[in-house]
Design a protein around this ligand. Structure first.
Ligand SMILES: [Zn+2]
Ligand SMILES: [Zn+2]
Length: 760
């Protein structure tokens, strides 16, 4: 660089990362003006491109401040600068976007309403007073309205709403919070509300529609609301009749509902909210946070029966803020769908599919480009763990430098989520529900097309689970010629390693419900030793017979009978204890035959099923209405209880592989004359002890806890404490779900760099 008063330089600066839809261009514009630079800034397929010209010192100052003062939601992955020939431009401009290139661009996640916009919506003097679609460069829809990249209004579902003169002024005024806010709109030019009755007839519009929905909720009726990423079903969370009505109509007998409250103060009335949890509630992602409920909440008992947690969330959009303030009470807020099906996004489809469920529909005319459900997060042993990754988190990329080739991964069958990998990052798509019905599978296929299309990817290989019956496995060949089948539990382990940025040797404790073991048995209580490009099943829980196979997922009593059979043989079916007596004599005879002959009775090492067995033996749950019910009942029983000292698991050696024999523990659980709460806590403690014991026996220096069982805070906290006391480093999931929702991330890691299985 040479000095001199009139020397000018021109630099091209390329910034990659989450820089679109976060107010980055307006930020660059203001910074460039403050530094007295000329030039322009534009969104590109890769991120943001800047050309800036001015005095060398001014340029240096600009470059130094650029990353440091970036908007809070921007994540800068990388940036590069090169010198150009100065061309003597005047002024600084926000230029039209260049078309998307082949490299992956970060698609910004949706952002909950910011404090400024919320204040405007409640300010009677503001022109956006009570306008439900108020947004700015800091907040509002992103992923859910993006039809193509780069992120410009013309490529969003807002493109048909022409800006009014006032909005146009704000959009072009560098001093405005809405300078180049692509989702800008107002009551004059933006989307509008309507209230439909169950026949689809418009009964009110605008503020009257909002008032009508509030009135319906006050009367105990069910409202279907078109939210940010799809329909939600709302009901008065205090009214037992309204909650029961919603449960009956949605055919969802006991699975917990989430509750939306106006603010963190309202949340604190219903649950214990630690500072980390309050921060999550109020974050721009605004997930459902699983909290420990207070004894007296005033909520209907049917909201979260038998659950150790209460899921609370804050309003996501001005529409939710207005509705919550208008009704003045907490609302049950659950996905607008059937069972595990994908969330509905189109009002005509919602009218048809939610017929008989919702009484009224609060809708609007801003199309949803991509379905995105509410996310679920739980703080477990001090660490926020995303259990359902969707709105606010998806599709932000996860750094994994090892990934180079474009890859697609299809995930599992339940809690379906796909992932793509390219150029050092993995994009885990939004939670897509279970793939049981045709509608879910159609949405799954559409979601893959959308994600590949947005990023301009043509995958070199398609990764899937090894389970032949998963719809995702069956679909794999339709997405590419090269299919890589990834063992289920290894995918869990690799997902956790990517999440933690781990490489090198690790013992992955992989505990879940069920997964294909590749050896004719159902795995789920595994200890996988990973390192040096290899993996080995170093230990597992003692296998037991699971009479009825898949039926056992819904009937913990079956897992209990299988576990009892491992303890007592055929005599198990003559025992006069709850899981056995929950069957009729005729059923018991059938079970005896199944167990004796191995009919529809796979061997399993599943920790999830062992938890089911314990819950059934303690009389907590014989039949489950949803997969996690028994485990949740066991955790709820253990909550706050002093653990009974139960016999530890025996750790045996089967030809170099350790086997955790839980039979002494279960026998003790059945005979100790103690309250079920203490026994439940003791069961958790004994299994956590077994994890530590196995890690010590194997000489593991680093342990990763992965799989759906580690959504259980009690088990995880005890394992974390035990490992810490043993001086063993413990790694856990954060942004990638430990359950099947995270599988696709591990599948990408495997497809990029397959591990060789060491067999014995
Ligand atoms: Zn805002
Ligand atoms: Zn306007």
């Amino acid at each position: 660089m040479s000095g001199g008063l009139d020397v000018r330089e021109r630099w091209e600066i390329a910034v990659t990362g989450a820089v679109q839809g976060v107010g980055f261009r307006p930020y660059v514009y203001r910074l460039a003006r403050a530094c007295a630079l000329s030039g322009w800034v534009s969104n590109t397929g890769e991120g943001v491109l800047i050309e800036a010209e001015g005095a060398p010192a001014a340029l240096a100052g600009f470059l130094a401040r650029l990353p440091r003062e970036a908007p809070s939601h921007a994540v800068l992955r990388g940036w590069s600068a090169r010198a150009l020939v100065p061309i003597g431009t005047e002024g600084f401009a926000v230029a039209a976007s260049a078309p998307a290139g082949p490299a992956p661009t970060t698609v910004m996640a949706d952002l909950a309403t910011c404090p400024h916009c919320r204040a405007e919506v409640f300010d009677p003097a503001d022109r956006r007073h009570r306008y439900p679609f108020t947004t700015c460069t800091d907040c509002g829809p992103r992923y859910s309205v993006i039809a193509a990249l780069p992120y410009d209004r013309g490529r969003t579902t807002l493109r048909h709403f022409t800006l009014c003169p006032d909005c146009a002024d704000e959009y072009t005024d560098p001093a405005s919070r809405r300078f180049h806010a692509e989702s800008i709109c107002c009551p004059r030019c933006g989307p509008q509300l309507a209230l439909w009755d169950a026949a689809g007839t418009v009964t009110a519009t605008g503020d009257a529609a909002l008032a009508g929905a509030a009135e319906a909720l006050r009367e105990g009726r069910i409202v279907a609301l078109k939210g940010l990423g799809g329909f939600q079903l709302l009901a008065d969370a205090r009214r037992a009749d309204a909650v029961a009505l919603l449960r009956a109509r949605k055919r969802r007998p006991r699975k917990p509902f989430a509750v939306m409250v106006a603010d963190t103060a309202a949340a604190a009335l219903l649950a214990d909210v630690a500072p980390a949890e309050a921060a999550l509630l109020a974050s721009a992602a605004a997930p459902i946070v699983l909290l420990r409920p207070r004894a007296e909440t005033g909520l209907a008992g049917g909201v979260a029966p038998g659950s150790p947690t209460l899921g609370l969330m804050l309003p996501t959009t001005p529409l939710h803020h207005l509705l919550l303030r208008d009704v003045g009470f907490p609302l049950v807020c659950t996905s607008g769908n059937h069972g595990g099906a994908p969330i509905l996004t189109d009002e005509k489809e919602a009218l048809r599919d939610l017929d008989g469920i919702a009484d009224v529909f609060l809708v609007h005319d801003r199309p949803i480009a991509a379905a995105v459900d509410d996310s679920v997060v739980r703080v477990i042993a001090g660490q926020a763990t995303v259990l359902r990754r969707a709105r606010g988190y998806a599709p932000l990329p996860i750094a994994w430098p090892a990934v180079t080739a474009p890859l697609l991964a299809l995930g599992g069958h339940e809690k379906s989520a796909i992932a793509t990998g390219a150029a050092g990052q993995i994009v885990l798509g939004a939670h897509g529900g279970d793939l049981d019905d045709a509608a879910a599978r159609a949405a799954f296929t559409a979601g893959i097309g959308r994600q590949l299309g947005l990023h301009g990817l043509r995958p070199d290989a398609v990764a899937c689970d090894t389970h032949p019956d998963y719809a995702s496995t069956q679909a794999a060949p339709t997405f590419g010629r090269k299919v890589v089948a990834v063992p289920h539990h290894l995918a869990h382990a690799l997902a956790g390693m990517v999440d933690c940025g781990l490489s090198g040797d690790v013992l992955a404790v992989t505990w879940d419900g069920t997964g294909d073991g590749g050896d004719g048995t159902v795995w789920g209580g595994e200890f996988l030793a990973i390192g040096g490009g290899r993996w080995r099943r170093a230990a597992h829980l003692l296998a037991f017979k699971l009479p009825g196979a898949a039926a056992a997922v819904r009937e913990p009593r079956r897992a209990a009978v299988g576990a009892l059979h491992a303890l007592h043989g055929a005599a198990a079916l003559t025992m006069e204890i709850p899981p056995v007596t929950a069957f009729t004599p005729a059923e018991r005879r059938v079970l005896a035959t199944m167990l004796a002959r191995g009919l529809n009775t796979p061997m399993t090492t599943s920790a999830g099923r062992l938890f089911d067995a314990a819950a059934a033996l303690l009389g907590l749950c014989q039949r489950a209405s949803h997969e996690a019910e028994a485990a949740m009942a066991l955790e709820a029983a253990a909550q706050g209880a002093v653990p009974a000292r139960l016999a530890p698991c025996d750790i045996g050696d089967d030809a170099g592989r350790l086997v955790v024999d839980w039979r002494p523990l279960l026998a003790d659980l059945m005979t100790q004359p103690l309250p079920p709460e203490m026994l439940a806590a003791g069961f958790h403690a004994a299994l956590a002890d077994a994890i530590v014991a196995v890690a010590r026996r194997l000489g593991a220096g680093r342990v990763l806890l992965t799989g759906g069982c580690f959504q259980n805070a009690r088990l995880t906290e005890m394992a974390v404490a035990g490992l810490a006391a043993a001086g063993i480093a413990c790694f856990r999931h954060g942004l990638v779900p430990p359950n099947d929702g995270g599988l696709a991330v591990g599948q990408i890691a495997f497809a990029e760099r397959p591990l060789i299985q060491e067999t014995d």
